[in-house]
Design a protein around this ligand. Structure first.
Ligand SMILES: Cc1cc2nc3c(=O)[nH]c(=O)nc-3n(C[C@H](O)[C@H](O)[C@H](O)COP(=O)(O)OP(=O)(O)OC[C@H]3O[C@@H](n4cnc5c(N)ncnc54)[C@H](O)[C@@H]3O)c2cc1C
Length: 386
C-alpha cells in the first residue's frame, strides 16, 4: 500500500507527528466513525482524545497553552484524520484555524490570555461566524449589525452554516457585523460573542448530506450585548482580517481533502486486491488498476500543492494564489476519488457503513466550504491580473 510518509522527504519531527495522528485515527477514530455518522452525533470522546494529544494547540506558542508547532503540522494532522473521518478532521480544522486563530492573529493580549488557553487545550471550542443567508461567497453582503451603546455593542442579525457553534463545549463565536459606514461603504468589524450571552441562540442543527458528526447550526442574535472591549482587531478591519483567515484555512482544507483523496486510494487498493470477479481479483483488470493509479496521482499532486502553499506561508511570502490552487485541486481530487472508489466497491460502495460511501457523501462540501471552487478560480484569476 502506498505510504507517502515512508517515501517522502519530510523532516523527522513532522513525520513522527503524522504517524502519531495516524495511529490515533486508526485506533480511536475509525472504530466509531460509522456509528457517529449514522447517529449524527458529535464525537465528544474523540475530541477529548485529540485534546489530550495537544492537537488543538498545534500551531500556537506554549505561552498560550499551545504545542509550539506550526500551521504545516496542523495540516499533516488534518490529512491523517481526513483519511479516516472527515467530520473529525473538520472539527479540528474549524476549531483551530477558524476558532482560535483569529484571536491569535488579531486579538490583544487580554483577549489572548482570556480565550486561547481554553481553546488550545481543546476543552472549549470557538466558531467562526461569517456566512449569512444573504452573504456567502459575497461575504461583504453581511447584514448583521453591531451598534455601540455606551460601552457595549448591541448585535442583531443571523449567521448560517456555522461549524462547531452548538456543541456542549462551544464557548465563543467570533462574528462579523456591520458597525457603520465609511465613504458610503459598509464598515465591517469582528466581535467576540460568548455563547452564554443572552439573546444568542444556536438554532437546531442542520440535516446535512455528509459530515454528519460535525456540528453545524444557524445562529440568531437578538439584542445581544457584549462589552466594547470584545471588538477583535481594528474597527472596520473585520472583513479583511477574516479573508486572511480564510486564505490560511484553504491550506488546511486542502490538507483535509488530500486525506480524503488518499483514504479513497487506500481503501480501493485493499478492496481491489481482495474482491474477486470472473475468477480473479478485480485489481487484475487494467481498467480498475488505471482508475486507482489516477486516484493516487490526484492525491499526490494535491499534496504537493498544499505542501507548497504551506511552505510559502511559513516563509512569510505571498501565498494567496497557491492556497487557492491547493484548495481547488485537493477538493476536486477528494470528490473525484470518492466517486471512483465508490465505483470500485460496486454495491457495497453504496452502503452507508462503508468508509468510501462516507467519503462520497462527505467530499462534496469540500468544493463549497471556505470558498467554493468558483471563488478559488476567481482568486487565481485575480492573482494573474485578470
Ligand atoms: C457544512 C458547512 C459548514 C460551514 N461552516 C462554516 C463556518 O464555520 N463559518 C462560516 O462562516 N461559514 C461556513 N459555511 C458556509 C460556506 O463557507 C458557504 O456555504 C460558502 O462560502 C458558499 O456560500 P453560499 O452557500 O452562500 O453560496 P453562494 O455564495 O450563494 O454561491 C452559490 C453558487 O454560486 C456560485 N457563485 C457565487 N458568486 C459567483 C461568481 N461571482 N462567479 C461565479 N460563481 C459564483 C458559487 O460558487 C456557488 O456555486 C459552511 C457551510 C457548510 C455547508
Amino acid at each position: 500500500m502506498s505510504d507517502f510518509l515512508s517515501t517522502g522527504t519530510l523532516p523527522q519531527e513532522y513525520r513522527d507527528l503524522a504517524l502519531t495522528v495516524r495511529d490515533f485515527a486508526n485506533q480511536v477514530v475509525a472504530p466509531v466513525a460509522a456509528k457517529h455518522d449514522a447517529d449524527h452525533s458529535f464525537p465528544y470522546d474523540v475530541v477529548a482524545g485529540m485534546a489530550d494529544m495537544g492537537l488543538f494547540g498545534l500551531p500556537f506558542p506554549e505561552e498560550y497553552g499551545g504545542m509550539g508547532g506550526d500551521y504545516f503540522a496542523l495540516c499533516l494532522a488534518l490529512e491523517e484524520l481526513g483519511k479516516i473521518d472527515q467530520s473529525v478532521a473538520i472539527t479540528l480544522e474549524a476549531g483551530v484555524s477558524l476558532g482560535a486563530m483569529p484571536i491569535y492573529r488579531f486579538g490583544n493580549e487580554e483577549q489572548k490570555q482570556q480565550w486561547l488557553p481554553q481553546l488550545t487545550s481543546g476543552r472549549a471550542l470557538a466558531a467562526f461566524g461569517l456566512t449569512e443567508p444573504g452573504a456567502g461567497s459575497d461575504a461583504g453582503g453581511t447584514r448583521t449589525t453591531a451598534v455601540l451603546d455606551g460601552d457595549e455593542w448591541i448585535i442583531n442579525g443571523s449567521k448560517q452554516f456555522i461549524t462547531n457553534s452548538g456543541t456542549d463545549i462551544t464557548r465563543l463565536v467570533t462574528v462579523t457585523a456591520v458597525t457603520g459606514e465609511t465613504a458610503g461603504k459598509k464598515e465591517i468589524s469582528t466581535i467576540l460573542v460568548p455563547t452564554d450571552t443572552p439573546g444568542f441562540v444556536a438554532e437546531p442543527a442542520y440535516n446535512k448530506v455528509g459530515w454528519h458528526a460535525s456540528d453545524t447550526h444557524p445562529l440568531s442574535f437578538t439584542d445581544v450585548r457584549v462589552p466594547q472591549a470584545n471588538l477583535l482587531g481594528e474597527r472596520g478591519r473585520g472583513y479583511a482580517n477574516f479573508l486572511r483567515i480564510l486564505d490560511e484555512g484553504r491550506i488546511a482544507i486542502a490538507a483535509l481533502s488530500v486525506g480524503a483523496a488518499q483514504g479513497c486510494v487506500d481503501e480501493s487498493v485493499r478492496y481491489a486486491g481482495e474482491r474477486e470477479a470472473f475468477g480473479r481479483t478485480i485489481g487484475r483488470n487494467q481498467a480498475v488498476a488505471f482508475k486507482i493509479a489516477r486516484m493516487e496521482a490526484r492525491a499526490h499532486a494535491a499534496r504537493t500543492a498544499y505542501y507548497d502553499a504551506a511552505a510559502l506561508m511559513l516563509a512569510g511570502k505571498p501565498f494567496k494564489k497557491e492556497a487557492a490552487i491547493a484548495k481547488l485541486v485537493a477538493s476536486e481530487a477528494a470528490m473525484d476519488n470518492a466517486r471512483d472508489a465508490t465505483q470500485i466497491f460496486g454495491g457495497y460502495g453504496f452502503m452507508n457503513e462503508y468508509a468510501v460511501a462516507r467519503h462520497y457523501r462527505d467530499s462534496k462540501i469540500l468544493e463549497i466550504g471556505e470558498g467554493t471552487t468558483e471563488v478559488q478560480l476567481m482568486l487565481i484569476g485575480r492573482e494573474l491580473g485578470l
